[in-house]
Design a protein around this ligand. Structure first.
Ligand SMILES: Nc1ncnc2c1ncn2[C@@H]1O[C@H](COP(=O)(O)OP(=O)(O)OC[C@H]2O[C@H](OP(=O)(O)O)[C@H](O)[C@@H]2O)[C@@H](O)[C@H]1O
Length: 392
């Protein structure tokens, strides 16, 4: 099977030479709450391998960064100050250097779509492959600039995940009838039906509308590789992210420093203290370099809103030490793909809905249109509708 590497750039000649891929342990593994353990035992997905996913992240050799964010709480300032000691140069010089040493990240949506589709399909097989390793297993370098790279160059490493699911919470969840979601989903399906005849037209279909597989066994793998997964569908509306129905995944962008100190992250910290605790513990137990470009899915907690919180590690630091826009986009792409892989491996235990704020568009200062285009270029075999909610 030929696996195409995910293109991270329209300029293949400019490899992101300083990036490496690593494997990290999922956050859920670090859960120490007895209740959660019990829940996990009782609500364990069908097989361990189903909740085992290849963990990937991109390590960026830390070019001179500095961060001196003063917008955060004292304890967070302290943390950042510690990090500042590791940094050198000011924000501008850091950005300049990063810009000079890293490739542009403009993505060709069509190329990306095709290659991501292939990658996603390949990743599931990798989960069951041979590479179960310890928490910090080295990974092959992510071939972000080699669209035609061989499968070995993008090989991921499967990590046994002890992901926990709050079965009680899910039992409590009422079958929701989010009219807007259903209406938009139907619209997406309709659009898909109209566009399905053209391979060049972006598909917006969900699994329910997927045509039955008729391939023979011998061709099953090849046909799976060739099968074009539907694009992730994004719709937007005004509102409060926290008004999502139960069993919704709330996605937001995070730094890797264990700090939710501003913007929607701060609001999450106040409204979802247990989720924040999980996030913080995860950051404290894992190197920022390993967290970057990954996604942490925190299930509903025993108390508080029955929401999942999805932390997309799109920047290593925050404030003035945040990554460049190009790097944030790059990291966002990888983190979202990581999220999709996890969702796929969850099977029926995945969150029912997915809501997102306009990630990266606040503190991280990346125009929302760029992030949105990136998300819409993603594909997901089971189909995914992300409702973007913004207060403004
Ligand atoms: N209740 C609500 N419902 C719906 N939308 C809401 C909302 N509240 C705010 N928004 C909008 O949500 C978007 C994102 O804006 P944000 O600045 O928050 O996030 P971002 O992704 O640019 O940056 C991430 C870093 O910001 C944080 O703070 P620190 O790094 O600690 O400094 C993190 O920790 C990360 O590191 C903006 O459109 C806001 O209008």
């Amino acid at each position: 099977m030929s696996i195409s590497a995910k293109p991270k750039s329209s300029t293949p000649e400019a490899p992101k030479s300083q990036k490496k891929r690593r494997t990290i342990k999922r956050c859920s593994e670090s859960d120490e709450e007895g209740t959660e353990d019990e829940i996990n035992d009782s609500a364990k997905p069908k097989t361990t391998s189903e909740i085992t996913k290849p963990k990937t992240s991109t390590i960026k050799q830390q070019v001179a960064e500095e961060s001196s964010d003063s917008d955060h709480e004292d304890e967070e300032d302290s943390e950042e100050d510690e990090q500042d000691d590791e940094d050198e140069g000011d924000e501008e010089s850091s950005d300049d250097e990063q810009t000079n040493t890293k490739k542009p990240t403009k993505v060709n949506p069509l190329t990306l779509k095709k290659q991501i589709s292939t990658k996603t399909q390949a990743s599931k097989r990798r989960v069951e492959s041979d590479d179960d390793v310890a928490q910090v297993a080295s990974k092959s370098k992510k071939p972000k600039t080699q669209p035609a790279a061989s499968s070995s160059s993008k090989k991921k490493t499967a990590i046994p995940s002890k992901r926990r699911y709050d079965n009680d919470s899910e039992d409590d969840i009422i079958e929701l009838t989010s009219k807007s979601i259903k209406t938009k989903s139907k619209t997406a399906q309709t659009q898909s039906a109209k566009s399905s005849s053209s391979t060049l037209t972006k598909k917006q279909t969900f699994k329910a509308s997927k045509e039955p597989e008729v391939e023979t066994d011998s061709k099953e793998e090849d046909s799976s590789d060739d099968e074009e997964a539907p694009n992730v569908v994004v719709t937007e509306h005004k509102g409060n992210l926290f008004d999502a129905p139960p069993n919704t995944l709330l996605l937001h962008a995070c730094n890797c420093m264990g700090v939710w100190g501003a913007g929607i992250a701060l609001a999450l910290k106040k409204n979802y203290p247990h989720h924040f605790k999980r996030y913080k513990e995860h950051c404290e137990s894992t190197s920022p370099n390993l967290l970057l470009s990954t996604c942490l899915l925190i299930p509903p907690q025993p108390t508080g809103p029955k929401h999942w919180v999805g932390c997309l590690f799109t920047s290593r630091k925050y404030g003035r030490g945040k990554d460049t826009k190009d790097d944030i986009m790059d990291n966002t792409d990888s983190a979202l793909q990581d999220m999709l892989e996890q969702l796929e491996n969850m099977g029926d235990n995945k969150p029912k809905y997915t809501w997102m704020c306009k990630i990266n568009s606040g503190s991280f200062k990346v125009p929302w249109s760029q992030t949105k285009a990136l998300i819409e270029a993603l594909t997901f075999r089971e189909g995914l509708h992300i409702q973007v909610v913004d207060k403004k």
